[in-house]
Design a protein around this ligand. Structure first.
Ligand SMILES: [Fe+2]
Ligand SMILES: [Fe+2]
Length: 154
């Protein structure tokens, strides 16, 4: 998704979410390139943390802001909620620390999240742009909540 082409009403909010997606994708790649188990464990922990914060700000702020924009968007939000639940289940398994299953759980998580992210960027975000949902305030709320959850200033 080319952030510079996003309409101004949606740019900041969608850019923040796209940046999160890219950051997690980098971690998926880094896991594949990791040399030993310790490195894999630490990349997996970082991935789980980032995904948890990302899912939470989407669920608390972004998805509710889109609710009711169109029937199609509502259907996509229902689907996204189910997908988040599946991802959280995998995250919980990874965080429970069964190292024998780490590779398998992480691989499935990365494939699954890859699919979810593609749907968000290619379908949901496009529908949001078409519906002209004004996300300027939502962007500030997402930033503030993310800063709060990560303990880092926005
Ligand atoms: Fe999502
Ligand atoms: Fe997302």
């Amino acid at each position: 998704m080319d952030k510079s082409k996003l309409p101004v009403e949606q740019r900041a909010a969608l850019s923040l979410l796209v940046d999160d997606h890219r950051s997690v994708k980098k971690l998926f790649k880094a896991f594949q390139d990791a040399k030993d188990d310790a490195e894999k464990q630490s990349i997996a922990a970082e991935t789980c943390q980032q995904l948890t914060v990302h899912a939470q700000i989407e669920e608390e702020i972004f998805y509710p802001a889109l609710r009711g924009a169109s029937d199609k968007i509502d259907d996509m939000l229902d689907e996204a909620k189910v997908e988040h639940a599946v991802a959280k289940d995998l995250i919980a398994k990874i965080e429970a620390g069964n190292s024998e299953m780490l590779e398998a759980h992480y691989t499935v998580l990365s494939e699954y999240v890859g699919h979810h992210v593609a749907e968000e960027e290619n379908e949901l975000f496009q529908a949001v742009i078409r519906a002209k949902v004004d996300l300027k305030e939502v962007a500030q709320q997402l930033e503030a909540r993310k800063a709060e959850l990560t303990g880092q200033p926005a």
